[in-house]
Design a protein around this ligand. Structure first.
Ligand code: CDP
Ligand code: MG
Length: 132
């Protein structure tokens, strides 16, 4: 069993995709251990995306993620980290395959609906950051 950090971003909440995404996670057989719907502050989001601090899109992504509510979740299942990344799909919507969450719903490389941890180390760090 593995646990990963999943966040439905503000555009996912605004577009009323919470139910659709939670349903996909549950139907896959994964378990949502913890969840909270709230508007994260700048400090939390800057820390979350610290690896992108020097990228040109850093300020834009901090503005985007802090503009409204997100749904932060701890998701458990076998190989949950890799399998959730597969279900989420590629960052670039042109490369995200149909059947993935981004492939089915995202049309922007910045506003791409959902985040999922990319490794065991990231999952551990992000779960601690968002849930303590
Ligand atoms: O989210 P993922 O791990 O697939 O992608 P990332 O490369 O770690 O980038 C993190 C987030 O930054 C993306 O999900 C986008 O929301 C945003 N981003 C962006 O706005 N412009 C880019 N060229 C790349 C990423
Ligand atoms: Mg990433």
């Amino acid at each position: 069993m593995e646990r990963t950090f999943i966040m439905i971003k503000p555009d996912g909440v605004e577009r009323k995709l919470l139910g659709e995404i939670i349903s996909r996670i549950e139907k896959k057989g994964f378990r949502i251990i913890r969840a909270k719907l709230f508007q994260p502050d700048r400090e939390l989001v800057e820390e979350h995306y610290i690896e992108h601090k020097d990228k040109p899109f850093f300020e834009e992504i901090v503005e985007y993620i802090t503009r409204g509510s997100v749904m932060a979740m701890e998701v458990e299942g076998d190989s949950a980290i890799e399998m959730m990344r597969n279900m989420i799909g590629a960052t670039d919507p042109k490369k995200a395959l149909p059947g993935t969450i981004r492939g089915d719903f995202a049309y922007s490389i910045s506003e791409n609906i959902i985040h999922g941890s990319d490794s065991k180390e990231s999952a551990k760090r992000e779960l601690k950051l968002w849930f303590g």
